[in-house]
Design a binder for this molecule. Structure first.
Ligand code: AHG
Ligand code: MN
Ligand code: MN
Length: 324
């Protein structure tokens, strides 16, 4: 049997600073803990609704709150983390530490899937904290390019952790003893694909460029693209993005006309930025339709953005159609 490198062994050779690596290790530990509560499901009585809504007016599941608390406790216990922001918390939280890092996270992505035992995940982003002062909300509003690390855990048939720190993307698999073992040394997204992921039930609400792009895919070999496309939609961004990292594809959660004051469904700081950094580092592309997501200057904590990411040539085509 081959011996696989564990997370600590891999981090030892990663060029990022020891401090960044220490924060990544704390988040990885929290994700291993989350994997256990997710896997226990109904046994621990953790499925179902919590009976309250979050700041985005979305119904919270019990596990949204449990997983949020696991990450909060872990980060509060880390002297290198000055503040945190979560999809499930209305305002930022400071830890009392000064300097170091800020962490933003979606503690349980795809939580509408949890009660039906479909893959869910945790997404996180690590940003530099201001020096010498306790962080304020404004300090979290950094473009995605400023991230010093990003990652996600996917709780699927296997629990996996996908990371980018200073360069490249690697993936670990959680073993039965709770260790993260390096199973995917360098992840690269193929430039071309014939697989798209979008919630087709929103088709009538989309803007013209996205309608045109998807219509071209649906026409298959006889249409303008000259090839047949396959469609997948897990409705957990982590699972859809993970599939794209493993075998290519394009993921779209575009602007739609349902709620004009919401420019998209996904959140810039907890979902779009970390996933965009991972996708770009794996050789893919990411855009809001006009600009690279990583160049967006955030204006508010819970900001939403349209998201198109994945195989580079396919994302480029959507951006080109949007610019016409
Ligand atoms: P969350 O569970 O954190 O609120 O995120 C759900 C997101 C994302 O994971 C997924 O891609 C999308 O919502 C699914 O949306 P639809 O319900 O429109 O399919
Ligand atoms: Mn989410
Ligand atoms: Mn969530």
């Amino acid at each position: 049997m081959t011996t696989l490198t564990d997370l600590a062994g891999w981090l030892a050779n990663e060029p990022a600073s020891d401090d960044v690596k220490a924060v990544v290790a704390v988040v990885a530990g929290a994700c291993a803990e989350i994997s256990k509560v997710v896997a226990s499901g109904a046994i621990l009585g953790n499925l179902g609704a919590a009976g309250q809504v979050n700041v985005q007016d979305e119904e919270q599941k019990k596990l949204d709150i449990i997983t949020n608390d696991i990450l909060r406790d872990a980060l509060n216990g880390c002297p290198l983390v000055a503040g945190l922001a979560s999809e499930e918390l209305e305002v930022i939280e400071t830890t009392g530490a000064v300097g170091g890092f800020l962490v933003t996270f979606d503690p349980l992505d795809g939580s509408s899937n949890i009660d039906v035992n479909v893959s869910v995940g945790t997404i996180f982003s690590i940003l530099p904290a201001p020096a010498g002062v306790a962080p304020s909300e404004a300090d979290f509003l950094l473009p995605g390019r400023r991230q010093v690390a990003a990652g996600y855990a996917v709780y699927g048939p296997q629990t996996m952790l996908v990371l980018t720190l200073s360069q490249g993307v690697v993936a670990f698999t959680l073993d039965a003893d709770g260790a993260w073992l390096l199973t995917h040394g360098q992840v690269a997204i193929s430039a071309d694909t014939a697989e798209f992921a979008i919630n087709m039930s929103n088709q009538r609400h989309w803007a013209e460029p996205v309608r045109g792009y998807i219509d071209g895919c649906l026409q298959g070999k006889a249409g303008p693209r000259g090839k047949n496309f396959n469609m997948r939609w897990v409705a957990s961004m982590v699972a859809d993005v993970h599939r794209i990292l493993m075998r290519g594809g394009i993921f779209l959660y575009p602007w739609d006309a349902r709620e004009p004051d919401k420019p998209g469904k996904l959140r810039l700081l907890y979902e779009a930025n970390p996933m965009s950094l991972i996708v770009e580092r794996a050789g893919g592309r990411s855009t809001d339709g006009v600009n690279p997501i990583l160049d967006i200057q955030p204006t508010k904590l819970h900001q939403r953005v349209p998201v198109v990411l994945g195989s580079a040539n396919e994302v480029a085509l959507v951006a080109e159609m949007a610019a016409r």
